[in-house]
Design a protein around this ligand. Structure first.
Ligand code: PHE
Length: 450
């Protein structure tokens, strides 16, 4: 079991990469990235997203891992340990709030993937037209009981894994399963790009039109960089605290960031050519992946088999992310309130699942319940992903850039002077100046202040 009080470390580099990549790669890459790319107009949004990953995501990730390994603690303990008597640890509360909100809607969407495993198994998509498949999705998420049933199922599974302490076991399996997901994604890309009418999808993905890029889109790109890389809530501080002292942190951060980004881009390539080929609305919203991919599978040899496997693996990818989110809240309760791990996990899961119910109902009976023009689900996602996570990231990069002594950062990155850290100056420049200014500017721009 991974808990902060037990300071065992990941067995080797791949243990950490598997856990961190397991957290990073999930619904964010395959469900949310294509759907928001569609909503915000395609290529220009993707370019802004990639810039956010490079200039903000990567340095924030390295900052989190560095702080975690230096302090040998989760996010609260880390701030208290490295800067005793200061209020830095307060930013940990934002992380807790973000974890709470994100998991509440994450569980709903993960539940949808489980329903889709069953649908694919029972051949529900075979012979259906794109319109019928679209209507099937709308009909499903519009119901009250069924999506909640799956949400509860998924959340129970997450809870069980965290209590049973088999998180590492799951990550070991996912090391084998995720490459399979990647292979299916390649097949999907190959099929999607060869469909009749796929060319328009390429244009959408690769021909930027910056005139259509709204300030809201830029904020969403920033928020998604944090969401997708699991940054800003302390997940990677905790994981970083388990990295062995002889690992080189810079390359680790680069590997995770690269893997996460490639998977998101592949998902985009698998989806948009097909969206245009089947005449699906690119801005269809959260259902985009669920409506598009069953159509592509229908056009593939052994499509139904691959469809089952795909949604099953997507649920597993979601699980390795959801356990890392639940862990943020549980670790805090166990460490700072001395609650038992089991009680903390059950109570947290219960409360988060309850809060997730209105997220699920946002597509049915509560669809008219709107605040600032958006439903409950979208508001929860927006507040957590576009505000809390970037704010958490702002704090950690300021902490590493301005509060920690340069020699301590250097000591950590060079493993006590044994590794070259030619990238230190550029990393500190990004953490100190570029990332904080960029995050602040995007916030102010998103709020229409600049
Ligand atoms: N990165 C995960 C995904 O892409 C979601 C996540 C967000 C996990 C924040 C942990 C922290 O699905």
């Amino acid at each position: 079991m991974t808990s902060v009080s037990q300071r065992d470390s990941f067995t080797g580099k791949y243990g950490f990469i598997a856990a961190a990549a397991g957290s990073a790669i999930g619904l964010g890459n395959i469900w949310k990235f294509p759907y928001i790319t569609g909503v915000y107009g395609g290529s220009a949004f993707i370019i802004v997203y990639l810039i956010c990953i490079l200039l903000i995501g990567l340095p924030v990730m390295l900052s989190e891992i560095t702080v975690g390994r230096r302090a040998q603690k989760g996010v609260f303990g880390a701030y208290k340990n490295l800067a005793p008597g200061t209020p830095w640890f307060f930013s940990g509360y934002m992380g807790i709030a973000a974890a709470f909100l994100i998991l509440s809607f994450y569980g709903v969407v993960a539940g949808w993937t489980m329903e889709y495993v069953v649908k694919a198994l029972t051949g529900a998509f075979s012979g259906k037209t794109p319109d019928e498949i679209g209507a099937m999705f709308g009909g499903f998420i519009g119901q009250t009981a069924k999506p909640i049933f799956w949400q509860i199922g998924f959340m129970s599974l997450t809870c069980f894994i965290v209590i049973a302490g088999i998180k590492n076991g799951i990550e070991r399996y996912s090391k084998i399963l995720m490459p399979v997901l990647l292979v299916i994604l390649f097949f999907l890309c190959a099929r999607s790009v060869t469909l009749d009418g796929a060319a328009k999808g390429f244009e959408f993905l690769f021909k930027p039109d910056f005139s259509k890029l709204s300030s809201e889109a830029v904020l969403a790109a920033l928020g998604h960089a944090f969401f997708s890389l699991s940054l800003g809530m302390g997940t990677l501080v905790t994981y970083g605290s388990y990295v062995k002292k002889n690992e080189s942190l810079g390359p680790l951060a680069v590997h995770i960031t690269t893997a996460d980004t490639i998977i998101a881009l592949l998902a985009g390539i698998a989806i948009f050519p097909a969206v245009f080929a089947f005449g699906i609305e690119p801005a269809a919203g959260p259902g985009l992946v669920f409506v598009t991919l069953p159509n592509v599978f229908q056009q593939m040899p052994f499509g139904s088999f691959f469809c089952v496997l795909f949604f099953f693996l997507l649920a597993i990818a979601a699980l390795t992310s959801s356990i890392s989110i639940l862990e943020v809240v549980v670790t805090h309760l166990v460490e700072d309130f001395r609650v038992s791990r089991k009680t903390a996990t059950i109570v947290t899961t219960l409360v988060i699942t309850l809060f997730g119910i209105p997220c699920s109902l946002s597509f049915g009976v509560m669809s008219e319940f709107k605040f600032l023009g958006a439903n409950f689900f979208d508001n929860v996602d927006h507040i957590a992903s576009n505000f809390l996570l970037p704010l958490g990231g702002l704090c950690i990069s300021l902490f590493v850039g301005w509060k920690m002594a340069r020699k301590d950062v250097e000591d950590e990155l060079s493993n006590g002077g044994t590794l070259g850290t030619g990238y230190l100056t550029i990393f500190l420049f990004l953490a100190k100046i570029v990332a904080p200014i960029a995050i602040t500017a995007v916030f102010l721009h998103g709020l229409n202040i600049i």
